[in-house]
Write a protein that binds this ligand. Structure first.
Ligand code: SF4
Length: 505
């Protein structure tokens, strides 16, 4: 195993390699950490015995030397836009160009093109028409079918057509990328699309146990990379989300089935974290897309196999869903016992309908979980995402009713009183979602249950490819029942929804 995968000819030569099997092009800086897809794919292929190089943020505007510098790989080129869709990364919901990029050294904008997957793939196919190009990551995955593009305001063809790539990996790519490498090596024909099947705990552990340095590549000479600063002391406990919020692309990319790591694997990573030179005892996030879904899922998996629901929680909690928080409570307890760990915070979002309904806690483990979360795993502010207060907007989002948040606040205040704490509950909201107009934002701002809370967390809805909310935005209809939905398409008015909210508070 190499300390870092090589990124230049000099580094390849220093390793004594006479050829490279796979060359990965990514729109992000190269950070050898399991939170970054390109690093994971590189380490997975390396563990299979392949020689892998990474070309981060290649210059697409000059004589294309970054695309030529490592020559031709023996098997294939891999292409990803990075951790985000490049259009979401570059533009705000109001379609304004962002001035920074968290995935780039010093946060500098402009280091990757719009539609990075298409741009990189097109260049590679022009330079090396006979070498297979494999695309993956969130941009490729969520644009794999004909889709509505918010920035162009039109339907766009599948990304395999626009990019000219040979095949696409949809979802999490660790298994498919190995399958593709083996197929090319054995001279077998490639399929057009490969799908990430959920991983078992053992498979997931193997991926997270690979020898990541957890550091940015030395080529950045210690420059600050904001996204790395955000995650360097965080740990992923599981993948997937069964919440099924209509505006979220995570389920479309990671799947509805929760894939959890073992306690042992997570604890090994915690120990590795404590050995990093600048670790001061605080794990900033012991999380996942939804932090409290660890080890949850259907009680009878044979029922789940035939299930067609997009959410296990909306419009009501499925009776077949195991929402026991005991495994997570045990994990939190063990993490806090690792020498060198003083705090383990939960920075990721939680679903409070997993332990609460309008009448109170669903079970004793849920009550214990919420108390433990508030008292020992928040840094004084618990962020939750009711997203809205009005029923028709929440229904369009596939989120639970606002009464549930009111109950949460009651229980939160009780815990504060019991432990003599002055912690804050910080609700997150979304404006501009289909179903939401100025009247709904006005109603939100007047909600009594929100008075006295810290209220600056509102984001303007961005219609990203392949979500139900985006389909509503584009068609003006709810695809679940064909009924018309109000959609604010005027960018200024959409923005006003957000500023209106701030004015009232
Ligand atoms: S049967 Fe219930 S728990 Fe299983 S996938 Fe469907 S909604 Fe989720």
């Amino acid at each position: 195993m190499t300390p870092f995968l090589p990124t230049s000819k000099k580094e390849v030569e220093a390793l004594g390699w006479d050829s490279i099997d796979v060359i990965l092009f990514t729109g992000d800086a190269y950070i050898d950490h399991p939170a970054f897809g390109a690093a994971v794919i590189a380490r997975v292929l390396e563990a299979e015995g392949y020689r892998v190089a990474v070309v981060p943020q290649p210059n697409w505007r000059d004589d294309l030397r970054d695309f030529r510098k490592l020559g031709v790989p023996r098997l294939f080129f891999g292409v990803t836009s990075g951790s985000m869709d490049s259009m979401v990364n570059h533009y705000t919901a109001a379609k304004r160009l962002r001035s920074d990029d968290a995935y780039t050294p010093e946060g500098r904008a402009g280091q990757r093109p719009d539609r990075a997957v298409t741009v990189y793939s097109t260049i590679l196919k022009k330079l090396y028409p006979d070498v297979p190009v494999v695309i993956g990551g969130i941009e490729a995955s969520l644009r794999r079918e004909r889709h509505y593009d918010y920035w162009e305001n039109r339907m766009m063809p599948p990304i395999l057509e626009t990019s000219g790539a040979d095949c696409l990996i949809a979802g999490m790519g660790e298994k498919p990328v190995v399958e593709i490498a083996h197929a090319i090596e054995n001279g077998e024909p490639l399929k057009k699309e490969y799908f990430g099947a959920p991983l078992t705990t053992e498979e997931l552990d193997r991926i997270y146990d690979l020898p990541y340095t957890r550091l940015p590549h030395p080529r950045y000479k210690g420059k600050r990379i904001p996204a790395y600063d955000m995650i360097k002391f965080s740990i992923t406990t599981h993948r997937g989300c069964f919440g099924g919020c209509n505006f979220c692309a995570i389920t479309a990319h990671q799947g509805k089935i929760i894939q959890s790591r073992s306690e042992e694997s997570i604890l090994r990573e915690v120990e590795a974290l404590t050995k990093l030179p600048d670790f001061r005892g605080t794990i900033t996030d012991l999380g996942a897309p939804t932090a409290n879904m660890y080890r949850m899922g259907g009680l009878d998996r044979t029922i789940c196999e035939k299930c067609r629901r997009t959410s296990c929680l909306f419009p009501n909690r499925c009776k077949n869903l195991n929402h026991d928080h005991t495994a997570l409570l045990n994990l939190y307890e063990k993490v806090l016992k690792v020498p060198g760990v003083k705090h383990a915070y939960i920075g990721s979002g939680i679903r409070y309908d997993l332990f609460l309904d309008e009448n109170g806690f669903l079970s004793e483990d849920g009550r214990r979980y919420f108390e433990e979360l508030v008292v020992n795993h928040t840094s004084g502010r618990l962020k939750v995402a009711p997203e809205h207060t009005e029923d028709q907007v929440l229904n369009a989002m596939a989120k639970p009713g606002f009464k549930l948040f009111e109950r949460l606040r009651l229980e939160f205040d009780k815990i504060n009183r019991k432990h003599n704490l002055k912690y804050q509950l910080v609700p997150y909201f979304m404006s501009g979602h289909p179903g939401c107009g100025m009247r709904e934002m006005d109603a939100l701002s007047r909600k009594e249950a929100l008075h006295g809370l810290y209220m600056d967390q509102v984001q303007d809805f961005t219609p990203t490819p392949m979500t139900v909310s985006t389909e509503m935005f584009h068609t003006g209809k709810d695809p679940r029942n064909g009924k018309p939905v109000f959609v604010e398409r005027d960018i200024l008015k959409k923005q006003q929804q957000k500023t209106f909210f701030f004015k009232k508070h």
